[in-house]
Design a protein around this ligand. Structure first.
Ligand code: PLP
Length: 379
């Protein structure tokens, strides 16, 4: 199989990640933070070490600022539902995933908030920033913005956007689902208030683990309350981090796998991974450009303006049909449809067709490029 669906989740996973997940079952595996015996202490230590690793990797300040969640969706929901109050206004980009749009839409329907969408302009960060600025009003409390589109691969200038937000006293929440492990992210340096990410994509961890980094003093209300293994006599949820958000038994295997995934990414080098994936996509793009039957939606992949995600269609075929043939006849795994991001399709005019999406990983071989192009020619 040629796997080109790494935006959904990276596959295969590195050997050290598989080993680390297995070890968490085989070698220790007691409930972290729930006992004083050696096995529980070993689990707690493992969790703490990964917390420190995440903190260091994203320059998050203190390890306690790192909250383990079930994925980027939970991290985004925690921020959106946890800090917004009646009358607040939110600005999001035109490329947001449903994990941002759906919670906001519900709050809007309930009459709690209003929100506006700022159009992202490909290869023009200044214009994109102007579009955000033009949507701000006196009630704007939060900007939620993807770092890289999971459909069209457009990259957003989140560092500059964070600076702009702070000029207006607005908090920024960055969705790094597609960029964690692929682009450098400096939470403290770039003053990102909330960083949300998945562990199972560019960080090569298992599914079911995500991270929320909180880097400001507006701490959200937690989505859930329960046992944390701390302050157990108190009937109220602890207000200190990370316990405020980590009720219930932690996902020890996921956390261990995430730690090993970060080791793998550090070993390979974020910059090398990014260049490898962008080179692959540039080759694909160049070849697709020469075929009049292919519709491309973005400009040639550019390190400053794109992340390694490419969408296209074959004229006269639905995206689903193309992806189904790629799968059935050529054993190429690519995703078709709307990719859970309706706004991105509306802004590109592809809401009725969807797109076929290609996303490489560090494991993608350049020879796959020729095979993919030949397959598309045949289709
Ligand atoms: N945000 C973006 C841009 C995504 O691409 C995804 C998943 O593909 C998510 C959020 C949600 O991530 P998860 O499914 O890991 O919670």
């Amino acid at each position: 199989m040629i796997y080109l669906d790494n935006c959904a989740t990276t596959f295969p996973k590195p050997e050290n990640v598989i080993r680390s997940v297995c070890n968490s079952f085989k070698k220790f595996g007691a409930n972290p933070g729930r006992g004083g015996h050696n096995a529980a202490m070993q689990s707690s230590q493992a969790v703490f070490e990964v917390r420190e690793k995440v903190q260091e990797f994203f320059n998050a300040g203190e390890p306690e600022n790192v909250i383990f969640t079930s994925g980027c969706t939970e991290s985004l929901n925690t921020v959106i539902k946890g800090i917004l109050k009646k009358g607040d206004h939110v600005v999001i980009s035109s490329l947001e995933h449903n994990s941002v749009v759906r919670p906001l839409e519900r709050l809007k329907k309930e009459g709690v908030i209003t929100y506006d969408v700022a159009e992202v302009c490909e290869c023009d960060h200044d214009k994109t920033l102007d579009n955000f600025r033009n949507k701000f009003n006196d009630h704007t409390r939060l900007v939620v913005c993807t770092h890289g589109s999971n459909v069209f691969g457009l990259r957003l200038p989140v560092e500059r956007l964070a600076a702009l937000c702070h000029q207006y006293g607005i908090k920024i929440c960055v969705d790094a689902a597609q960029t964690a492990g692929v682009l450098p992210i400096d939470v403290k340096g770039d003053c990102i208030d909330y960083l949300c990410l998945s562990g199972h994509k560019g960080l090569y961890g298992p599914m079911g683990i995500g991270v929320l980094i909180i880097n400001c003093d507006t701490v959200p209300m937690p989505l859930k309350e329960g046992g944390t293994g701390s302050s157990s006599l108190s009937l109220e949820q602890p207000d200190f981090l990370p316990d405020r958000f980590e009720s219930g038994t932690p996902n020890l295997t996921g956390i261990c796998g995430l730690g090993a995934g970060i080791n793998f990414v550090k070993f390979k080098g974020t910059e090398n991974i990014f260049k490898h994936e962008m080179n692959f996509l540039s080759r694909v793009y160049k070849m697709l450009c020469q075929n009049d039957n292919i519709i491309l939606y973005t400009q040639k992949p550019d390190l400053n303006y794109h992340v390694p995600v490419l969408s296209f269609n074959i004229k006269g075929k639905s995206s689903e049909e193309t992806a189904a043939i790629l799968n059935r006849r050529f054993n190429i795994a690519a995703r078709a449809g709307l990719h859970c991001s309706p706004l991105a399709h509306i802004s590109m005019g592809t809401e009725n067709t969807g797109t076929v999406r290609i996303c490489p990983s560090v494991f993608t071989d350049y020879s796959n490029c020729e095979f993919l192009i030949k397959a598309l020619k045949k289709i």
